[in-house]
Design a protein around this ligand. Structure first.
Ligand code: ADP
Length: 404
């Protein structure tokens, strides 16, 4: 069966068509600047080569889906003859609140729940819903599945997910830690066990998903027991543009002094902080590394803060699980940044974790592969496992639509 993966944002839609007979990507592409009143852009790549590329007004997500299907079924450049060859669609959905601990077939009740959790995911959930409705409009009758970023973390115990504010906020407003990147944490922790030839039940794993957005999770016996992102993706270590965790009084202090609203301040915390805000240069770790090597003090500070933040979470999660068997690096920074992996792991010999510098350096940026980079005498395995959220979404979709 061929499965279409859709990741809809407020003004963009990323897609990928996967042939599940061999899990091969047939095509992938992007539609951007949807509904912005300026010419939009849509493309499709096959074997990493752009085969379709248009610039034209794209007023809404329905138009975006028409363009996507037009590319996929194009008589010359397309990869399927007919839309009917697409057996199902898997949608990435940000927030499933406390209702979804796994992926589900989309029906009206599921759509109502995604809508119910809009206050918890105000930017993403409305966009995800638009993507679902647009696909339903252009592909009526095709089964669709929702795969939630929050689902894998639903196994956290209350002591890990509760915030220390009065309990009534949890009961009345669902205030708690949810966590994100769950599809990646699930995929990578499962692959980790397979790679090591072990039963997930026998492993205590710390997954370091380090990208533009970063989160760590503690996975004990195959179940997530803690994660660093919170009610929104703002909590955790510093990220590309996010501040990470801080004393909430900072928000009030800056709002009062600079006469800005909480909304404005949270926008600063989400979009202008982290690596970008500290360095004043860039949110991209490659730029930060380059500037740090050239002696840029604030780039060095941003890098140090990120590494220190990751190390603190590794310490926390090792305490949470009474030890750790595997530490695994994934996502853009985790897969590609040799020096960062080296510096994060430096000095963890006291808890039995020691990196092999040569194996670590052998994984060249842009060419990540599954690898054990721990030293021969390391009690804790240190791995690199490239994440693949699309495959995880496609597998869930296939399983749900074929079991009926
Ligand atoms: P997102 O959270 O947007 O999915 P990614 O997982 O793509 O982000 O990670 C983006 C980060 O990964 C950037 O900081 C970038 O510097 C780093 N990165 C991505 N690819 C490479 C590469 N080939 N070499 C070095 N760093 C990379």
């Amino acid at each position: 069966m061929k499965i279409l993966i859709v990741n809809a944002g407020s003004s963009s839609l990323k897609y990928q068509l996967i042939d599940m007979d061999n899990e091969e990507t047939l095509a992938k592409g992007l539609v951007e600047r949807i509904g912005m009143g300026v010419p939009g852009h849509a493309n499709m790549k096959v074997d990493d080569k752009t085969v379709c590329d248009v610039e034209e007004p794209i007023e809404d997500h329905v138009k975006a889906c028409h363009l996507m299907l037009g590319f996929l079924t194009d008589p010359e450049k397309g990869v399927v003859k007919d839309m009917k060859e697409i057996g199902a669609v898997g949608h990435r959905v940000l927030h499933g609140g406390n209702k979804f601990s796994e992926s589900v077939i989309i029906n009206q009740a599921v759509m109502d729940a995604i809508e119910e959790f809009i206050p918890l995911g105000p930017l993403h959930n409305p966009a995800n819903l638009m993507g679902i409705k647009a696909c339903q409009a252009v592909m009526p009758g095709t089964p669709m599945v929702a795969v939630f970023d929050t689902a894998f973390h639903q196994t956290m115990p209350p002591k890990a997910y509760m915030y220390g504010v009065p309990y009534e906020y949890y009961e009345r407003l669902h205030v708690r830690r949810y966590g994100f990147h769950g599809t990646s944490h699930r995929y990578v922790s499962k692959r980790t066990a397979e790679f090591l030839g072990k039963d997930p039940k026998d492993l205590r794993i710390i997954v370091c998903h380090l990208g533009n957005g970063s989160s760590l999770s503690a996975v004990n016996g195959g179940k997530c027991v803690d994660t660093s992102m919170g009610i929104t993706p703002l909590e955790g270590m510093i990220m590309g543009t996010r501040s990470g965790v801080m004393d909430p009084a900072v928000v009030q202090y800056i709002c009062d002094n600079d006469h800005i609203s909480v909304d404005e301040m949270l926008n600063i915390c989400n979009k202008k902080s982290g690596l970008l805000g500290i360095s004043g240069l860039s949110n991209d770790m490659r730029d930060i590394d380059k500037a740090a090597r050239e002696g840029h003090e604030r780039a060095k500070l941003a890098r140090d803060m990120l590494i220190y933040g990751i190390r603190k979470y590794i310490g926390q999660y090792s305490a949470a699980m009474n030890g750790v068997d595997v530490i695994v690096f994934t996502a853009g920074i985790g897969e590609n940044n040799i020096e960062l992996r080296r510096d994060v792991m430096a000095g963890f010999e006291y808890m039995g974790a020691k990196i092999d510098q040569e194996k670590n350096a052998a994984i060249k940026p842009g060419h990540a592969y599954e690898a054990d980079i721990s030293a021969a005498d390391s009690k804790v395995k240190i791995l690199v496992i490239p994440t693949n959220e699309e495959i995880a979404i496609a597998r869930d979709t296939l399983e749900l639509v074929t079991k009926g």
